[in-house]
Design a protein around this ligand. Sequence first.
Ligand code: ABU
Length: 381
Amino acid sequence: MSTENKSPKTVVNSWNEWDPLKHVIVGRADGTMVQAPEPSTERDWPEHGFPLGTYGPLPREMEAKANEQLDNFANLLEARGIRVDRPAPLDFSQTVQTPDWEQKSMFGCMPPRDLLLTVGNEIIEATMSQRSRWFEYLCYRPLLEQYFKEDPFFRWEAAPKPRLTDETYKADYWRQWEKKSPEEKEKAIYAHDWILTEKEPCFDAADIGRAGKDLFVYHSSVTNRAGIDWLRRHFSNHRIHSIWFYEAHGFHIDATFVLLRPGLALSNRKRKPLTPHMLDFFKKNDWEVVECAKPALDDYPPLSFCSPWLSMNTLVLDPKTICVDAQEIEQMEQFDKLGFEVVPVEFADVSPFGGGLHCATADVYREGTCEDYFPHQIEGF
Ligand code: ABU
């Protein structure tokens, strides 16, 4: 598992979340930080040594456990004949800056899915919307350079780097949020009144669910309308569906609404879709949308910004085989009943490093072509 070339035949190709997986990137936990405060993010975990305003590397023993689980996962995939590449971590504790701002720390490179969006023979580096993650693409450059040399058809793209000045964020958003009454918070959820303004396009790649011609994009706290508009113009041969859910400050579609195989999607049992017509759209195209099982955890694990809904954060190896966090007994049982071969993967220690099995991976190659799984479109969705 190095960035060295193990297979001379790199081909970038992946159109959806389920075709047979043959080549994937698996992240690393090395040096991951509790990020320094920035307009979009403030960590406040006093009971675990990081009160508001403080930052620093996640404890070394946590990092070692997470890396062990990531390495084991990579080995498991390789044993199934899947090529695995790994990113090159940086010193994430360093201060970074652009002409517009200085940020006291970076984040890490555990979740490649957040940054890399593969659509067909193209990989896009997402804009990201946090200053601490602005330079994260550098961890993947050795791999992307390699793919570019090896695959003459690989389209290497980067979305416009956002300025991320104070104008990208609503002023004093978090203080104002704390002052809101429950009714006002409810109203904000329905209005998707999140921290990003529409100053410039912003999106995380993990907000996009891929189903051939149709791409579903979560209008979340890290993806704004301008970001969705940029994706719509960029993927002009695709249909981009902007969706959102009942969740304050939700982010990333892969713990909220997961496309499992043609005709089957998994929906979060708490974060209901708020987009009009969304469920009708799936029904009209003969897709079954099932509610996920009860997650193993009741709350966020220590030092993790990821929710218990990582229970849904799974990696489909092919339409019949799915990797699931081994602690998610009920979710595994549900997948079993839905006809999947379930591959349990010990992964609970990875959560504080930015996600679950889907987050921890980015597709490079899945067999298959661009298909139309939704021939019946609905006006306005
Ligand atoms: N990156 C997926 C995490 C999303 C969530 O915690 O709900």
